[in-house]
Design a protein. Structure first.
Length: 86
């Protein structure tokens, strides 16, 4: 009889421990996901407002090179990747 009571107590303790651990981990993961979503939104805002999104135009292409004019008027000559490797 004592052995049966001990077995039931063990099962109840294991189930309760599992349930508590599950809820703690679920809450932790939820907090981590929310924190990462906030960080992503913060980084998206920085990219849209800062220099991470370049603006400019490519007015002409001469042979194998292309001239790129930035929004601030700076000029940059770019060559194709195939020629850049050689």
């Amino acid at each position: 009889m004592v052995l049966a009571i001990a077995a039931v107590a063990l099962v109840v303790g294991l189930v309760a421990g599992f349930a508590i651990g599950f809820k703690v981990e679920q809450s932790r993961v939820k907090d981590d996901v929310n924190r990462l979503r906030d960080k992503i939104e913060e980084l998206r805002g920085e990219r849209e407002g800062g220099a991470a999104r370049p603006e400019g135009r490519a007015p002409a292409r001469d042979g194998s090179a292309m001239m790129i004019v930035g929004a601030d008027g700076t000029r940059f000559e770019a060559s194709p990747a195939s020629e850049a490797r050689s």
